[in-house]
Design a protein around this ligand. Structure first.
Ligand code: NI
Length: 166
């Protein structure tokens, strides 16, 4: 299991750099990220959330879809947007509605370096955009108004106080 970085850790605010080596080290790390995400009941996990400032993330949806996105680029977004109650393993136990494009087109590489392009909608489109943000040091709370953001941060600090002092 990997440790998941929480709000306040600097690595969550860094702009990550591209992956250049598609080696066994990367594949082992990605496997560990899938396991860590599943153990934490998450549907996505980005490298900076496990302390690695590289551009990749993994997704695991309730329908069983599992996919890693390495050096992803979002090349298209729909004009149509939709709301969704987002959460994040780096801010456990708090959620807030975020409005984002309903569909995206993403190009990326898999863990062997093979390129692919995916047209995503629904939950997949949502998770891709949330995880992609992590690679640029952006968290879902950054999409909220200052007032909403501080409300969510206060709720997060209150709810996680007990864990922090354990
Ligand atoms: Ni997140």
């Amino acid at each position: 299991m990997l440790d998941i970085m929480k709000l306040g850790e600097e690595v969550l605010r860094e702009k990550c750099t591209p992956v250049t080596e598609f080696d066994d080290g990367l594949r082992i790390l990605i496997q560990a990220m899938y396991e860590t995400m599943e153990e934490a009941d998450g549907i996505g996990l980005a490298a900076p959330q496990v302390g690695v400032d590289k551009r990749f993330f993994v997704v695991g949806l309730p329908d069983g879809t599992k996919k890693e996105f390495i050096n992803p680029q979002i090349t298209g977004t729909s004009v149509e947007t939709s709301p969704y109650e987002e959460g994040c393993l780096s801010l456990p136990n708090v959620y807030h509605e975020v409005i984002r494009p309903s569909k995206v087109i993403v190009s990326a590489q898999d863990m062997n370096g093979n390129p692919f392009t995916l047209k995503a909608s629904g939950l997949m489109a949502r998770v891709i955009q949330h995880e992609y943000d992590h690679l640029d040091g952006v968290l879902f709370i950054d999409h909220l108004s200052e007032e909403e953001k501080s409300k969510v941060v206060r709720a997060y600090e209150k709810k996680n106080r007990r864990n922090r002092h354990r």
